[in-house]
Design a protein around this ligand. Structure first.
Ligand code: FMN
Length: 172
């Protein structure tokens, strides 16, 4: 698969099977995250945490769901990658860095035939819970700036993606 095909194939998955991602594929995806563009090359300001323990995944899911009762924010994903950041050397750049890192990982996942979704809700759940922050082991000064679930789609879910330009383009 070439890069443009992987970009087109990536879509948000909202229902995962319990099939786990292999360590080899996971390492390739995490490596892709570390190859992302990061402002000021401040890679030290970020850390990637991999959560696969079912009890901890459930706790993150249930804590995140409190903001919207009745939802299943992690969609039963068997792997959650949590991106934590301290204040960067460049002001207000942390969430932009996170977008670059997570998008790289999602495209790499698509290339490997692995499904993914960017999860903002889980970030709120984690940052709102000192207990979860302690369990994840963030160092002092680090907070979650984004998360991404990985796995294999349980069944075909409604996709928003179509082969069309979704953002208006204006040639000036
Ligand atoms: C920063 C960011 C946060 C997101 N957080 C969530 C989330 O918490 N839950 C969710 O179901 N989708 C989340 N999404 C997925 C978007 O809803 C999705 O990307 C959008 O609907 C376009 O669909 P596609 O990813 O299939 O192309 C998030 C996407 C981004 C970029």
């Amino acid at each position: 698969m070439n890069t443009l095909e992987a970009i087109n194939k990536r879509h948000s998955t909202r229902g995962f099977s319990d099939r786990q991602v292999s360590k080899e594929d996971l390492d390739a995806i995490l490596f892709a995250g570390g190859q992302a563009a990061v402002g000021g090359a401040d890679f030290k300001s970020m850390k990637l945490y991999v959560v696969q323990d079912p009890a901890l995944l459930k706790e993150i899911n249930d804590t995140s769901a409190k903001a919207r009762p009745g939802t299943n924010p992690l969609y039963n994903a068997p792997t959650l990658v949590v991106l934590a950041s301290s204040k960067s050397i460049l002001e207000n750049i942390e969430f932009t860095n996170a977008g670059c890192v997570i998008e790289n990982m999602m495209i790499a996942a698509a290339d490997l035939g692995i499904d993914s979704i960017y999860l903002w809700m889980a970030m709120y759940g984690i940052n709102g819970s000192p207990d979860l922050v302690a369990k994840l082991g963030f160092p002092e000064g680090f907070t979650c700036v984004g998360t991404m679930a990985l796995g294999y789609e349980a069944q075909e879910f409604r996709k928003l993606k179509a082969d069309e330009q979704r953002i208006e383009v204006i040639y000036v």
